[in-house]
Design a protein around this ligand. Structure first.
Ligand SMILES: CC(=O)N[C@H]1[C@@H](OP(=O)(O)OP(=O)(O)OC[C@H]2O[C@@H](n3ccc(=O)[nH]c3=O)[C@H](O)[C@@H]2O)O[C@H](CO)[C@@H](O)[C@@H]1O[C@H](C)C(=O)N[C@@H](C)C(=O)N[C@H](CCC(=O)O)C(=O)O
Ligand SMILES: Nc1ncnc2c1ncn2[C@@H]1O[C@H](COP(=O)(O)OP(=O)(O)OP(=O)(O)O)[C@@H](O)[C@H]1O
Ligand SMILES: N[C@H](CCC[C@H](N)C(=O)O)C(=O)O
Ligand SMILES: [Mg+2]
Length: 485
């Protein structure tokens, strides 16, 4: 493709060299550069991509997009100076792949918790309604029936636009995607045309990356600030920051809530292990999904479908049969009648939501045993709070390892232990090995008891020092529950 066409929509500060270079590939990583590649020099959280410019030219890069021009330039190479290389990457990637987001209806879902659940429900719902559909999510990406493994919640702009182009080629009319706050700040969604945006909620997470809650909130809000006038912006007004999200959006504002006045309302009639009974837009409907937090997710999916002009009865009929995403309140009952739940709760709010759901639906005499850890190289401030919430809502807690990544897992556990109050200490154990922790929980449980394994949900690995070792909470839990008599 010609450079001039790729640069359409990019705010250029200066251009040095031929403006009509042929570009056959894009890369933001020097290690991916080959002949006639356009290289984007990006200042990252670890290194500065500008340091690799010379190396990429030796590897065949014909165009460099950068924020600072190198002191020495090469005459055969075109240098495009921009204010922000990450924004340019989003716009150029979109042009390179034929602006696929304009050729289908792209709906973005943002919020601390619930993104995967809402996006997956919408994907399953629209497939059930007979459409060709795409999904971009933490668990996996989908083009209709085809599964494409996910590396991030929101992929980088090259992977993202390539995926969207494949969806367009597969005749997808809709794509439901998660928009993480990292993706907004790093402009992974720059250049995309959204038909709608959905906000689930905002609570404590990712303060390692955003530093303050206010920055985190601004990142989420920025997604709505950039939505086009032709799109809709749907927000949860039961969340105290729900209205803030839409303050400056040009999109058509719509609201949903269980407790406040809203455009889309639902009321929980019954909340049991067998599912939810909701009154939704004046109709009583039974759903397979469990927990009041899932009432919000179901309502968000329902409202989105109605805003996308789908038939109310058809939508509710299909939604009532769906189970949501893998590893979210996924439960099994052992031969002895022990209930084992695997859930992806990895924030204080999510842990509280899952455990309060358990508290609401338990009969009263059984014990709740929670196995929980916190990820390494992630927000350290949530560690003691997650342990505290787990203790406040459980009869026994086993603190263990999650994905330690490059950190010492024992130090992570020590930081969690700081949240355990003296009165809660007697119900808390620390077992470093996650399998041992799950095994111990199963041995402590008696018939009727409820075991929650929190934090890793669908994940099939445990990441230790850059290596992903096979680990599957549900597999281990099932195996251990089957072994006890
Ligand atoms: C903190 C973070 O988001 N990091 C992402 C970021 O990396 P970075 O800014 O640290 O990059 P860097 O290593 O400093 O490098 C800077 C630039 O130099 C380039 N480089 C680097 C080395 C080299 O030899 N040559 C070279 O050209 C890099 O490709 C990059 O363009 O840009 C990379 C490329 O897109 C991402 O893969 C990487 O995700 C890391 C792996 C990650 O773990 N991200 C997580 C935190 C994340 O994004 N999570 C959210 C979900 C959060 C949620 O669920 O709510 C997500 O959307 O997945
Ligand atoms: N609407 C909700 N409100 C609060 N907690 C929720 C909600 N939906 C799900 N949760 C909790 O959060 C966990 C993660 O849910 P989900 O995967 O849908 O969120 P996510 O926003 O995609 O997370 P991530 O940021 O990791 O991608 C669930 O396992 C559950 O414990
Ligand atoms: N998207 C979240 C997932 C956390 C899952 C948890 N198992 C962990 O590793 O911390 C993150 O990257 O922060
Ligand atoms: Mg997700």
């Amino acid at each position: 493709m010609q450079l001039q066409d790729l640069l359409y929509g990019v705010a250029i500060k200066s251009l040095t060299g031929k403006p009509n270079q042929e570009v056959t590939g894009l890369a933001f990583d020097s290690r991916q550069v080959t002949e006639n590649t356009l290289f984007f020099a990006i200042k990252g959280t670890v290194v500065d991509g500008h340091e690799y410019i010379v190396q990429t030219i030796s590897a065949g890069a014909s165009v460099i997009i950068c924020e600072t021009l190198p002191k020495e330039t090469v005459s055969t190479v075109t240098y495009v100076e921009v204010e922000n290389s990450s924004i340019a990457l989003g716009i150029v990637a979109s042009n390179f792949y034929g602006n696929p987001s304009t050729k289908l209806k792209l709906i973005g879902i943002t919020g601390t918790n619930g993104k995967t659940t809402i996006a997956t429900l919408l994907f399953q719902l629209f497939k059930g309604l007979g459409y060709h559909v795409g999904l971009i999510s933490t668990v996996q990406n989908h083009i209709n029936e085809n599964i494409i493994p996910a590396t991030h919640t929101t992929p980088n702009p090259i992977a993202l636009n390539s995926l969207l182009q494949d969806m367009v080629n597969a005749d997808c009319e809709y794509c439901f995607m998660e928009v993480s706050s990292h993706a907004v700040v790093q402009h992974r969604i720059a250049g995309l045309t959204f038909s709608g945006g959905v906000f689930s909620n905002i609570t404590h997470d990712h303060l390692d990356f955003h530093q303050t809650f206010d920055n985190y909130l601004k990142a989420k809000k920025e997604f709505f600030d950039h939505l086009p006038k032709s799109s809709f912006a749907l927000t949860n007004v039961d969340d105290k920051n729900g209205k803030v999200m839409l303050q400056n959006t040009k999109a058509t504002k719509k609201t949903y809530a269980l407790k406040q006045m809203a455009d889309f309302k639902a009321k929980i009639i019954e909340n049991k292990f067998s599912g939810l009974n909701l009154n939704i837009d004046d109709l009583d409907v039974y759903f397979k999904m469990v927990g009041s937090f899932n009432a919000y997710n179901l309502l968000a999916a329902y409202a989105t479908a109605i805003l996308l002009e789908q038939d109310k009865l058809e939508v509710l009929t299909i939604l009532s049969t769906l189970a949501g995403a893998e590893g979210r309140f996924d439960y099994i009952v052992s031969k002895q009648g022990i209930i084992g739940i695997v859930d992806y709760a990895h924030t204080p709010d999510a842990v509280q939501n899952v455990l309060s759901t358990v508290a609401n639906i338990r009969k009263g005499t059984e014990q709740v045993i929670t196995v929980i850890g916190c990820g390494g190289d992630r927000d350290k401030t949530k560690r003691p709070i997650m342990a505290q919430v787990a203790c406040d809502w459980s009869d026994k807690v086993i603190l263990t390892s999650d994905n330690p990544r490059t950190e010492d897992p024992q130090i992570i556990i020590n930081e969690m232990e700081k949240g355990v109050s003296p009165t809660n200490q007697r119900k808390t154990l620390s077992i470093l090995d996650r399998k041992e922790a799950i095994k111990t929980a199963c041995h402590l449980a008696k018939s009727g008891d409820i075991i929650l394994i929190a934090g890793k949900g669908h994940e099939k690995y445990q990441e230790i020092n850059g290596v992903r070792h096979h680990f599957d909470d549900k597999e281990v839990l099932t195996e251990q529950l089957n072994q006890i008599n």
